[in-house]
Design a protein around this ligand. Sequence first.
Ligand code: NAP
Length: 256
Amino acid sequence: MTAAPAQPQPANAPSLRTVMVSGASRGIGRAIAERLLADGHRVSAGVRDPNALAAAADTTVLRSQAPDRLLIQPYEASAADGDRRGPRAWVEATTARWGGVDAVVHCAGVFSRVGLRFADGEEEEINRVLAVNLMGPWRLSRAVWPQLVASGDGRVLSLVSMSGKRVKGRLAAYSASKFALLALCQAMRNEGWDDGIRVTAICPSWVNTDMAAAVTAMPHDAMTQPDDLATSVSHLLSLPAAAVPFEFNVNCQLEA
Ligand SMILES: NC(=O)c1ccc[n+]([C@@H]2O[C@H](COP(=O)([O-])OP(=O)(O)OC[C@H]3O[C@@H](n4cnc5c(N)ncnc54)[C@H](OP(=O)(O)O)[C@@H]3O)[C@@H](O)[C@H]2O)c1
């Protein structure tokens, strides 16, 4: 992780939070983790390979700048609750370190081009997409919910997608997982409202990460950049509960 210099906190700075970020190894999740650390938040990074991230030279630099505010934990979105890489163990480790959790940012996700008339053998991929993109955020939110309630000002931010709002072409598996994730976000919004939990479904189109590496429909520098989304998440976390948007749509192309 490259270390953006920590900004001095203005007198009226919003409260600094303990934030769990899934998929923090690369792409959007990594950019968000870096930005939140630079903002002064405590970041619990959930990654499939903690050793690889911890060993990265730039992460070492980051640790030296914020050694007490970065926790790197194993997290596999499809792992069972009781698994040491599952959501419960990650929440417990984060709570043990900082006494609670104020926010979770769901970034772990996978892309798939499997369509309606999937081939024999492709059903397994559909199940994997649903397990990671839908059940991952669902089970992690369930595990962290008591901490978010205890926070009194809890936040859930989910990387959904414009593919959770409309279906482009024949992307049945990915779109179905993201439509379902948007539904989950609505259910979480309803469930958490009276406890002060606010939920935001972030819905970008193409973002210039590994996930979009094979896209040729538009130049990569014309896509939304991961750092742009990190700036948005930083802002969303700074908003008071009465000003948090439920949907945050991000367009790098016309969605008429
Ligand atoms: N890029 C886009 O155009 C775009 C647009 C809209 C929405 N999104 C959504 O934004 C989120 C982040 O995407 P991205 O562009 O940053 O993708 P990315 O660069 O491909 O990174 C995916 C991240 O998810 C993690 N991950 C994948 N499978 C996992 C699993 N089973 N358990 C735990 N972590 C897992 C990866 O970890 P490893 O490093 O271990 O593989 C990586 O950290 C996804 O939910 C994606 O659907 C992306």
